[in-house]
Ligand binder design. Structure first.
Ligand SMILES: *Cc1c(COP(=O)(O)O)cnc(C)c1O
Length: 358
């Protein structure tokens, strides 16, 4: 028996979830977003499993370089563009595609000579107010960019939706209206849809969709889980019970004694903690599966351990398998109990956790 946390990665589920994205937007190309180490699933393994995607997207140059070093030959899009002409040279040298989101980057496209032409995506800020050109400056920037000799073909257009995870929010339609308006002044292919756009806003599909979290089997919406959309969880995080004890009424559990036994009761200790990426802020009552039975987390999460209330499963023994999220327990639910989002939980799994593919 191995002791310690293990993340099992279901590659078939990854492929299945990609097929759901395609089926939702059958007329669109797919830019599969695998930044942040494939949302914690391993960037190389994720890329290999998703070889049917048309383009991969990452945030930073070093992520794209890691993919090339692993032998991945797919088109790769850099979502944050480049910081200087050195980076631009490296990008052109590798044939990466690049997002252009500010004037200085357009200038560098003009000023950097002797590089291969590359595919550029102009980012339009339609309401996220993070990266991109304002709608009223976008078409001038587009003309300027498309005339640069370092740009291959017609630049494409991209915007990012700020609130699409909330289906009632009117901002999404406003963003799409602003984007379509800019698109009419240019000839570029367009991309607006993240996972929430793909699943909840058909008008956002356009020429290219950019699924991220849904590929990993997780709902982008605040109030449901991936299963409701036909998605399958890709990562299942498991560990084992390393002690079972009977504690007396009044015993305070763990650091700070934040949870007190209301009666004499069995308590299990599980080898998982924030040192593995289990959220430190998961509250008492967060669900945990012990051999498939839901029990409650009790007391504070430690670096290497958590405690669970075994009154609902008193037959628990050392070595029993515990599921923290994944098969049988939606990571969305755990995230809500920890006042965070599933994205952070998946990205936050640490090096100590061993990874197995299935
Ligand atoms: C991360 C990211 C996505 C994917 O978003 P999800 O909500 O994970 O689907 C799409 N587009 C851009 C620009 C991103 O940064």
């Amino acid at each position: 028996m191995t002791v310690g946390a293990e993340a099992s990665i279901d590659l078939g589920a990854l492929r299945h979830n990609l097929s759901i994205a395609r089926a939702k937007a059958p007329g669109s190309g797919v830019v599969a977003v695998i930044k942040a180490n494939g949302y914690g699933h391993g960037i190389e393994r994720t890329a290999r499993a998703l070889h049917d995607a048309d383009i991969f997207a990452v945030a930073r140059l070093n992520e794209a370089q890691a993919l090339r070093a692993a032998g991945i030959r797919h088109p790769i899009l850099l979502l944050e563009g480049f910081a200087n002409s050195e980076e631009l040279r490296a990008i052109a040298g590798e044939g990466f595609q690049v997002v252009i989101h500010r004037r200085g980057q357009v200038d560098l496209m003009w000023e950097t000579h002797d590089i291969a032409a590359l595919i550029a995506w102009l980012k339009v800020d339609t309401g996220m107010h993070r990266l991109g050109f304002a709608p009223d400056e976008a078409s001038v920037a587009y003309q300027h960019l498309s005339a640069a000799p370092t740009v291959a073909g017609k630049p494409r257009l991209m915007t990012h939706l700020a609130n699409a995870d909330n289906r009632g929010d009117p901002l999404t339609q406003q963003q799409l209206d602003r984007f379509v308006h800019v698109a009419h002044e240019t000839e570029g292919e367009c991309s607006a849809a993240n996972s929430a756009g793909i699943l909840g806003w058909p008008a956002s599909h356009l020429e290219w969709i950019r699924p991220g979290i849904m590929l990993y089997g997780v709902s982008p919406f605040v109030d449901d889980s991936g299963q409701a959309h036909g998605l399958r969880p890709v990562m299942t995080l498991r560990s084992t019970v390393i002690a079972v004890r009977t504690l007396p009424k009044g015993a305070a559990i763990g650091y700070g004694g934040a949870w007190v036994c209301p009666e004499s009761m069995p308590v299990g200790v599980v080898a998982i903690g924030y040192g593995d990426g289990y959220p430190r802020h998961a509250t008492s009552g967060t669900p945990v599966l012990v051999e498939g039975t839901r029990v409650d987390l009790i007391g504070r999460v430690s670096m290497d351990m958590i405690c669970v209330d075994l009154r609902k499963r008193p037959q628990t023994r050392v070595g029993d398998t515990v599921t923290l999220w994944g098969d049988g327990l939606a990571v969305e639910e755990v995230a809500r109990s920890a006042a965070t989002i599933p994205y952070q939980l998946l990205c936050g799994v640490t090096q100590r956790v061993s990874v197995v593919e299935r």
